[in-house]
Every structure is written in structure tokens, then in C-alpha cells.
Design a binder for this molecule. Sequence first.
Ligand code: 1HE
Length: 265
Amino acid sequence: MTDAAPPSQFMKAVQDGDVLVVTLDRADKRNALSAAFIEEIVDLFEWIRRSDAVHAVVVRAEGSVFCAGLDLIEHHLEERSATDFMYICRRWHAAFDAIQHCGKPVVGALNGAVVGGGLELASAFHIRVADPTTYFALPEGQRGIFTGGGATVRVARLVGEARMIDMMLTGRVYSGEEAVAVGLCQYLTQGPSLDKALEIARKAAQNPPLSNFAITSGIAHIGNMASGDAYYAEAFIAGITNTQPASKERLAAFMNKTAAKVLND
Ligand code: 1HE
């Protein structure tokens, strides 16, 4: 499918070779996620899933803050009922599932605050790259609210339950090497995170699409299974992925000594 990305008020999407660079574009509100913004994420990542041109995605943000989370002012003014907000949360789940399971590697080029729902968004990416300004927090406790965009699953998996509870109860902020050490991000750059994120995305884009689909979706699904089912699912995915034509070509190249070796250089 080669049609254009869906129109968006809150994001820009620009193709750069195999990589689609998505920019969160609501800097005046620190990229806070309104209900309409969330719907645009669903639409864009459903499109990315179907696009033949997009082999990897980088998500970056306009302005000094990657994402300030839930649009607190919209939430306050809407005076939502519990049922209304449950529905909002289900749309957040749909949006971040659409990211995680779009089948293409999604790399976050982070900067500034990645907080609350902003961290829920970032935790749906497959790889997170932080710069020296980046910091992570879950201020929900201080705001008198609770996570609703998948953090109880994704952030807890990244950092562990005890650390997440501490972040939510105390508002603890992580940045720099400590954020890498606890698993909130995998890379920390000296300069802009975008350069590193692009380098990673371009590299991942060279893998066969089926391998990238299996890696970005399979591991998370398998993590939800009992071990017997997990081994079965792993074998099933490997059965399909490891016998695809693209893997045969790459294995033949290895046998013919034309493929790159795995070296520590
Ligand atoms: C917002 C939001 C927002 C900024 N909703 N409008 N998230 C939070 O608790 C984080 C709330 N935000 C902040 O703590 C700060 O704004 C920041 C540290 C992120 C950035 O500070 P700063 O000094 O750069 O910006 P600012 O002056 O605070 O805000 C600039 C504008 O963005 C201002 O609007 P303006 O019209 O007065 O100019 C702010 O109101 C607006 N803004 N953040 C709405 N979050 C599914 S459940 C998820 C639960 C959560 O996400 S809880 C965490 C919520």
C-alpha cells in the first residue's frame, strides 16, 4: 500500500528513505495527549502497519518536552464520568498497541520531560534513545490520578513493579545513566537523540520485514504466555520466520563467506 499518511493536526510524518520520521507537533501544550491526539495516533500507526514504504519509524517531538502526558486541562474541563474515562483509557490502549504492534521497529528520539502518559507512549516504542535533557517520571500520584495508558503493563515490565510503585508514590525522577541502568531507555546520547535514533532505525530497516514483525510483536506476546505455550509460539514464529526466502538468501551468503561476521568492533 503506497497511499499518503492520514492527515494529522498533532503530528507531522516525513519519509526519509525507508524510515518514517513522526514528529509530535503540539509543542505549545508540551505535546500533551488530548483525546483527538490519541485518535490520530491510532490512525497513523494503522497506516504505518499497512505501508510498504515504511520499514522503520522514529518518533521525535517538537519543542523542549517530548510529551507531558494526559491533557490534564481537557480532562479537568470535560468533567468525565468514570465510564467516559474508561473509554478514553481503552483508546489509549488501542493507540499504544497500534504502535507496539505495527510490525515495524519504532525508535523514540526523546528529549525533555517524558512523564505520565508521555512515558506510557514512549514505553510502547521498541527502542528509546534519551539525550542529556531527557527525564522520566510518573507524577500520577501527585496529580491524584492513576496511569491509564498501559503503564501498569509496559512500564512495570521495563523497570519492575517495585520501582514503578516508587515512581508513582513519590514522583521520583530518573535521568541520564540511571535511566539507562533501570531500563527506561536503552541509549543515552551526548548530543541530539535524533541522530542516534535515525542510525538505529536505518539499521533495523535493513532486516527482512517478517523478522522485524516477529521481533517487535512476538516477544511481547510470548511474555504473556505460560512457558509451555510460549515455547510453542516461539517455535511457530521461528518456523515461519527462519524459513522465509529472505533468510535463505542471508544464510547462503554466510555459507559462501560473503556475509558480515559478528565481531566486537
Ligand atoms: C499542559 C500539560 C498537560 C503542559 N496537559 N496542558 N502530566 C503532568 O503532570 C505534567 C504536567 N506538565 C508539567 O509538569 C510541565 O508543563 C512540564 C514540566 C511538562 C513542562 O514545563 P514548562 O515550564 O516547559 O511548560 P508549562 O509552562 O508548564 O506549560 C506550557 C503550556 O503547556 C501551558 O499551557 P498555556 O496555555 O498556559 O501556555 C500548560 O498548561 C500546557 N501543558 N503540560 C495540558 N499535561 C491515561 S492517564 C495518563 C496520566 C498522566 O499522563 S498523568 C501526568 C500528567
